[in-house]
Ligand binder design. Structure first.
Ligand SMILES: Cc1cc2nc3c(=O)[nH]c(=O)nc-3n(C[C@H](O)[C@H](O)[C@H](O)COP(=O)(O)OP(=O)(O)OC[C@H]3O[C@@H](n4cnc5c(N)ncnc54)[C@H](O)[C@@H]3O)c2cc1C
Length: 290
């Protein structure tokens, strides 16, 4: 409850090299902040077998470097929480971040969410807000008594599907997660690759690789990484990345971004450097607001 009342100076979303570097620098500038990450570590960094281009380390594994990054933020007593942000709302003078049924509020944000390897489906982008949703808590109530499909690649997404199955008349699920018997009873599992969200101006169905179709009014998509412009509406993009200036400011005042989500090259050094700049820019933004 206390969290709901509090307004942080800054919330950092994403705990890869960009977010962690932002956190170290936000701590140095004495900001009142929290860093949220949906995985205990950056899956990308953990997959790197051998890193040779990060200054100060030769032939270090991604796991070792990740341990060093985490030791650093633990030594500084940084408030890190393993939580996934579902949606971010601009409230004018502050931002609300929704995580399940918890909300955190902040005066500024750093988005350091990386990039997704998964492609969006044809039809998906065009129908966002018209039946395509990335947040069951936000949009679930709109589908009371209706038929929806869930494309689920996260554990949080499985939980959201349980919630949806209590609201909607029928829930189809396409997933790579293991489901327990409780859920299986409530939903219909489809073991086919979806290839398109169909409908004009509103979702009408989901089409599969074998040309079969199901009729649905909503499609809920839960990927490991939600593209940042879907996490928060109104952010300008350029070549599929968040558009930022040299201060790492996005098109929205008070929102900064860093790392892979701002563009190429996808590299640890660039992510860490941008995280630093974003934190310093957020600090001067907060200073001016005080
Ligand atoms: C196999 C492999 C090898 C690589 N080797 C090298 C190398 O040798 N040298 C090099 O420089 N780079 C290498 N890279 C690239 C490097 O790992 C990335 O450039 C770097 O991790 C990007 O950091 P980031 O912080 O921007 O994003 P990420 O590391 O992707 O971190 C983003 C974090 O944000 C979290 N997140 C996303 N959405 C949300 C949300 N809604 N709520 C909360 N948290 C969220 C994610 O779970 C993730 O933990 C390699 C990558 C791979 C895959």
């Amino acid at each position: 409850m206390a969290n709901q009342e509090k307004v942080y100076d800054l919330v950092i979303v994403g705990a890869g090299p960009a977010g962690l570097s932002a956190a170290v620098n936000a701590a140095a500038r004495n900001l009142d902040f929290v860093i949220l990450g949906s995985d205990p570590r950056s899956p990308k960094l953990l997959q790197a077998p051998e890193i040779n281009n990060y200054l100060g380390y030769v032939n270090i594994s991604g796991k070792e470097l990740s341990d060093k990054f985490f030791n650093h933020i633990q030594k500084l007593d940084i408030d890190y929480r393993e939580q996934r942000v579902d949606n971010i709302y601009d409230q004018g003078d502050r931002f609300s971040l929704l995580m399940g049924d918890e909300t955190i509020t902040a005066h500024s944000l750093i988005l350091a969410v990386g990039v997704s390897n998964e492609q969006t489906l044809p039809g998906e982008e065009e129908l966002v807000g018209q039946g395509v949703s990335y947040c069951a808590t936000c949009d679930g109530p709109l589908y009371r008594g209706k038929t929806v499909a869930g494309l689920v690649h996260t554990d949080e997404g499985v939980e959201d599907i349980i919630y949806l199955s209590d609201i909607a008349e029928q829930v189809y699920i396409v997933t790579d997660r293991e489901l327990d018997d409780n859920i299986v009873k409530k939903v219909e599992i489809i073991d086919k690759e979806p290839v398109r969200v169909t409908g004009e101006n509103k979702v009408e169905g989901l089409k599969f690789e074998d040309d079969s179709m199901i009729e649905v009014e909503g499609v809920f998509v839960f990927r490991r990484v939600t593209p940042p412009d879907k996490l928060m509406s109104g952010l300008e993009t350029e070549d599929d990345h968040l558009k930022v200036n040299r201060s790492m400011a996005t098109s929205k005042e008070g929102v900064f971004a860093a790392g892979d989500c701002t563009g190429f090259p996808y590299q640890i050094g660039k992510a860490a450097g941008e995280g630093q700049i974003a934190a310093l820019s957020a600090a001067s933004y907060i200073q001016k607001k005080r």
